[in-house]
Design a protein around this ligand. Structure first.
Ligand SMILES: [Zn+2]
Ligand SMILES: [Zn+2]
Length: 94
C-alpha cells in the first residue's frame, strides 16, 4: 500500500491538489497508510511524502539516532549533546 502511494506521488508532482483522501468524523484528512490524520490536506500530503513509511533521513553523527525532521535533529544535538544553536546551523542530511 505504501509503495503504491509513493509511486503515485512521484509520477504526479501536483498530486495533492487532485488526490482524494478519506476524512474522519472531525473532518480531518486521514492517511491511507497509518492512523495519522491532518486538518489540512497539504500536511497529509507532506506526511505521506516525507514521513509515512519513509526512513528518517536525518542522522545524528554522535549516537546514530535518526530523525524525520532536521529541526528534531537540531533539538537533539542541542539538548542531548549540548551543542550551541550556532553549531547546528551547518548540519546536513546524511
Ligand atoms: Zn501515514
Ligand atoms: Zn545523538
Amino acid at each position: 500500500m505504501t509503495i503504491i502511494t509513493h509511486k503515485l506521488l512521484e509520477e504526479n508532482a501536483s498530486v495533492g491538489k487532485y488526490m482524494h483522501f478519506a476524512k474522519d468524523i472531525n473532518g480531518r484528512y486521514m492517511c491511507p497508510n497509518c492512523n495519522s490524520s491532518y486538518k489540512q490536506k497539504g500536511h497529509l500530503v507532506r506526511h505521506i511524502k516525507y514521513e509515512c513509511g519513509v526512513e528518517p533521513q536525518f542522522k545524528c553523527e554522535l549516537c546514530s539516532r535518526r530523525f524525520k525532521h532536521k529541526s528534531n535533529l537540531k533539538a537533539h544535538y542541542i539538548f542531548l549533546h549540548k551543542f550551541s544553536v550556532d553549531e547546528t546551523v551547518n548540519l546536513q542530511a546524511r
